[in-house]
Design a protein around this ligand. Structure first.
Ligand SMILES: [Zn+2]
Length: 397
């Protein structure tokens, strides 16, 4: 019987943990049982003896624990019962019991469910300062995802990217300009000699969409190796883009492939896919061929601004990032970055686009590498790193 009771107690405890356990707290003088919420910060569970919980359809989290795991600083003012949270130069001021909050000095009003408040955790006998998870996360440029089934709130700033170096800020898009100029001014007055403005993390809202284009396909073989006629460009490009798509997806990108099988896709269609999906980046993969077996190495092509309605700065930055990272990954001979306004996929795409010629099928030197097992993954890694570098430095969403 004792054993049975023990089992029953154990089962009840377990079931409480798994199904709708509730936490007794006292807030605003009222005792209540609130539903616990799991919180993940950048993929890691929030470690706290004081569970975040939901009330009024909002998740409240203990400020100390959440700011710590976000990497933010918090300064508590006991007189005003307010907390200033700062991260990457951004400041958020919250006051217990107040709907008024301040982001970088600008007043905002949170909904009543999101009012910061004290919660007395009856189990632990301790009072914690609770802040609204969604509001705080978004104010500090974290993305918030809510999983209803798991009662799990995940916040992430993994797509955090760095603002442009100072010299490139002038060229940034008009949307960003005002904010950046302000930052630039204050930095300039502090340290005029400094080359770069303090690099600030800026969060990209949602994943960056990349279109990965495997050159040729189907009836269009592309280049056929003069060294080994069984080696066709269309097969090599697909191998690289398949690896590349997997790599990028694993890194959190939204990836669209213009083809995933050996099929013919019109050039106009390839550009159309990218434009329709409002992709941020278009990368086309090709291999080269030349009359002379001496020609070898990798080259990157892009369309200059004068020929397409894309900022040249952005185009060249993407090309450079790919060039540098492919060099690192492959150790290959790197040919130059070339302007090619005549290529359809570069000209018709409305986003920064680059075409990578990943080696010559007519070069014995290149063919040796190309025919190595796993080399397509090396190429894919170089391209993925190039995209990462470009996004980190230039894509601010
Ligand atoms: Zn080609």
């Amino acid at each position: 019987m004792k054993k049975f009771l023990a089992c029953l107690v154990f089962f009840l405890l377990m079931s409480q943990t798994v199904f709708g356990r509730s936490i007794p707290v006292r807030m605003d003088g009222k005792s209540q049982a609130v539903a616990p919420v799991s919180v993940q910060v950048n993929g890691k569970n929030l470690n706290s003896a004081f569970s975040p919980f939901a009330t009024n359809n909002r998740t409240l989290v203990p400020i100390r624990e959440i700011t710590e795991s976000m990497g933010a600083n918090v300064a508590w003012n006991n007189t005003t019962k307010s907390a200033q949270v700062s991260l990457n130069g951004k400041k958020v001021l919250l006051k217990v019991g107040s709907q008024a909050v301040y982001i970088d000095g600008k007043k905002k009003t949170v909904d009543t469910g999101s009012i910061p408040q004290f919660a007395f955790y009856k189990g632990q006998g301790e009072t914690k300062t609770m802040v609204p998870l969604r509001f705080l996360s978004e104010a500090l440029d974290f993305q918030v995802d809510w999983n209803q089934e798991r009662q799990l709130a995940s916040i992430s700033n993994m797509k955090a990217v760095t603002l442009l170096p100072k010299e490139d800020q002038k060229k940034a898009s008009p949307v960003k300009k005002q904010e950046e100029v302000k930052k630039q001014d204050s930095a300039a007055s502090d340290t005029k000699t400094e080359e770069r403005v303090i690099q600030e993390k800026v969060h990209a809202k949602g994943p960056v969409t990349v279109v990965v284009d495997a050159g040729h396909g189907g009836s269009d073989s592309g280049a056929v190796s003069s060294i080994d006629s069984s080696v066709k460009e269309k097969d090599l490009t697909l191998k690289v883009t398949t690896s590349l798509a997997n790599l990028l997806r694993a890194r959190g990108y939204e990836v669209i492939e213009t083809r995933t099988t050996d099929e013919f896709v019109k050039l106009a269609k390839r550009a159309e896919i990218a434009n329709d999906e409002s992709a941020e980046i278009f990368v086309s993969v090709h291999f080269n061929s030349a009359g002379s077996s001496a020609a070898n190495g990798i080259e990157i092509l892009y369309a200059p601004e004068s020929k397409v309605k894309i900022k040249k700065e952005e185009q060249i930055h993407l090309a450079r990032a790919l060039h540098e990272e492919l060099k690192k990954a492959t150790g290959s001979n790197m040919r130059s970055i070339k302007q090619r306004p005549d290529l359809a996929v570069l000209r018709w795409t409305e986003m920064p686009a680059a075409l990578c010629e990943l080696g010559f099928l007519s070069s014995p030197k290149d063919m040796e590498k190309i025919q190595e097992d796993g080399y397509h993954e090396v190429l894919a890694t170089g391209i993925a790193n190039g995209i990462d570098r470009y996004v980190r430095d230039y894509v601010v969403k």
